[in-house]
Design a protein around this ligand. Structure first.
Ligand code: CA
Length: 237
C-alpha cells in the first residue's frame, strides 16, 4: 500500500518515510502543498498524511483540493495545531483522522491501520482467486489452507494483480504501486520477484494457473476460477 506524506520539515518527513517503509508501506514525500496536491492527483495513494503548516499554502487547502481530486483518498492530518476548533474544522472539511504533534509513532501506525481497515472493509474484503486468498488488511495470503510466507514485494505484486484479475498489468504499473516513486528499479527485478512468487504458489510459467506472462506487455492474474468476493474491483484504485 502506498502512502503520501506531505510535510515540509525534512527530519520529520524522513523519519515518517523511514518508519512507514519499515512497516511495509511504499512512501512518497512532498515538501510543499503544491507538490502534495500534484502527487496526490497523479498517483493513486491508499492514504495521505498531511501537515497543516506548509510554506506555500495552508494544509487545509491542500486537504480540500485532494478531497476534490480524489474523493476516496483517506487523509490523516498530522499537525502541531492542537486546538479543538482546528481539529473540528479539519475533520469537518476533509480529513478522516487528526493526530496532534508531538505524537507517538505507534499511535500513528495504529491509526493508519484503523483507517485502512475501515476503508478496506467497505471497499475490499479479502480477494479470492481459485484457492488463493489474500487479506489486504492483515497482509496475509493463503493457498488453500496453507499460509504463504511472502516478502513485502511479493505480497505487493500479488495484491495488485488480484485487485485487477484478468487485466494485463505492466511492469511500470507494478513498479508504481509496489515500489515508491524515487526508487530506481530495473524491470529485471520485477521478473525476479514474480519468479519467486510463482515458486511459492507452485505455479509454472509455461503452463500458469495463476500468473501469466503476456510477452511485451506485463502480467495477468488468470481469471479462470476466480471467485472474487467483491464483484467490482475496479473501483478500488
Ligand atoms: Ca510544517
Amino acid at each position: 500500500m502506498r502512502i503520501l506524506v506531505v510535510e515540509d520539515e525534512v527530519d520529520m518527513a524522513n523519519a515518517l518515510a523511514r518508519g512507514l517503509t519499515t512497516q511495509g508501506y511504499a512512501v512518497d514525500t512532498a515538501s510543499t502543498g503544491l507538490e502534495g496536491v500534484g502527487l496526490g492527483t497523479v498517483y493513486d495513494y491508499d492514504l495521505a498524511i498531511l501537515d497543516l503548516n506548509l510554506p506555500d499554502m495552508d494544509g487545509l487547502e491542500v486537504c480540500q483540493q485532494l478531497r476534490t481530486e480524489k474523493p476516496e483518498l483517506p487523509i490523516l492530518i498530522l499537525t502541531a495545531r492542537e486546538r479543538i476548533e482546528d481539529k473540528v474544522l479539519g475533520l469537518d472539511l476533509c480529513a478522516d483522522d487528526y493526530l496532534v504533534k508531538p505524537f507517538h509513532f505507534d499511535e500513528l501506525t495504529a491509526r493508519i491501520r484503523a483507517i485502512l481497515r475501515r476503508e478496506f472493509r467497505e471497499r475490499t474484503p479479502s480477494l479470492i482467486a481459485g484457492d488463493l486468498k489474500l487479506d489486504p488488511v492483515s497482509r496475509t495470503a493463503q493457498l488453500g489452507k496453507k499460509e504463504l510466507s511472502l516478502t513485502r514485494k511479493e505480497f505487493g505484486i500479488l495484491h495488485y494483480l488480484m485487485r485487477y484479475p484478468g487485466r494485463v498489468v505492466s511492469q511500470e504499473e507494478l513498479i508504481e504501486h509496489v515500489w515508491n516513486e524515487r526508487v530506481n528499479i530495473f524491470s529485471n527485478s520485477i521478473r525476479i520477484h514474480i519468479h519467486s512468487l510463482r515458486k511459492k504458489l507452485g505455479d509454472n510459467a509455461n503452463n500458469p494457473q495463476y500468473i501469466e506472462t503476456v510477452i511485451g506487455q506485463g502480467y495477468r492474474l488468470l481469471k479462470t476460477s476466480i471467485t472474487n468476493s467483491h464483484e467490482n474491483t475496479d473501483e478500488i484504485s
